[in-house]
Write a protein that binds this ligand. Structure first.
Ligand code: GDP
Ligand code: MG
Length: 172
């Protein structure tokens, strides 16, 4: 079986739920406390990804970083070598959606070949799906040529699908 190893960066404003999404995907756990990430944390999860020529064993190296001033200092070293990114916004804070363009720009500047991104609009457990205005998310996703998922790290809704979709993109 072919094995691949890919670096994936979690990107998004502070408290949108980056750490929680990784925690849900890797450990299937959730914590209500806000554990501000100190420095960089790398978690890994290996998934079997189907490809035309067989199943690929993909190890996703998930890089997670605090969304504070530290970010500016380590930005390029954090992003270097990334094959892709999960851009995370918080559905209860529309301003976190616009930030995603900035993160995507940084990623493609440091890493012109890492154009594979996917959007996770997190905390869908806190919003009324009927009342939700998806237009801003759809616009950003279209501009970045990316898919988006409405997810909840808290309930686990669509979290697996988000990460696995990125996994499929990274092996093709
Ligand atoms: P980060 O700064 O982007 O890593 O954000 P965290 O993962 O630390 O989450 C910030 C806060 O939002 C924490 O209090 C989490 O418990 C909470 N949180 C994260 N994801 C969700 C979610 O899907 N639903 C709800 N209700 N709260 C969430
Ligand atoms: Mg964090």
């Amino acid at each position: 079986m072919t094995s691949l190893n890919k670096k994936i960066c979690l990107l998004g404003d502070a408290a949108v739920g980056k750490t929680s999404l990784v925690r849900r995907f890797v450990y299937n756990l959730f914590d209500d406390k806000y554990l501000s990430t100190i420095g960089v944390k790398v978690s890994r999860k290996t998934v079997a990804v189907p490809r035309a020529d067989g199943v690929i064993e993909l190890t996703m190296m998930l890089w997670d970083l605090a969304g504070s001033e530290e970010f500016d200092r380590v930005r390029s070293s954090y992003l270097r070598g990334a094959a892709g990114a999960i851009l995370v916004c918080d559905l209860t804070r529309p301003e976190t959606i616009d930030s995603l363009r900035v993160y995507a720009d940084s990623l493609s500047r440091v890493n012109p070949n890492a154009q594979v991104v996917i959007l996770g609009a997190n905390k869908c457990d806190l919003v009324d799906r009927q009342a939700l205005d998806l237009a801003p998310i759809e616009r950003v996703a279209a501009d970045l040529n990316a898919s988006y998922y409405l997810v909840s790290a808290k309930t686990g809704h669509e979290v697996d699908n988000l990460f696995r979709h990125l996994g499929r993109l990274l092996v093709t």
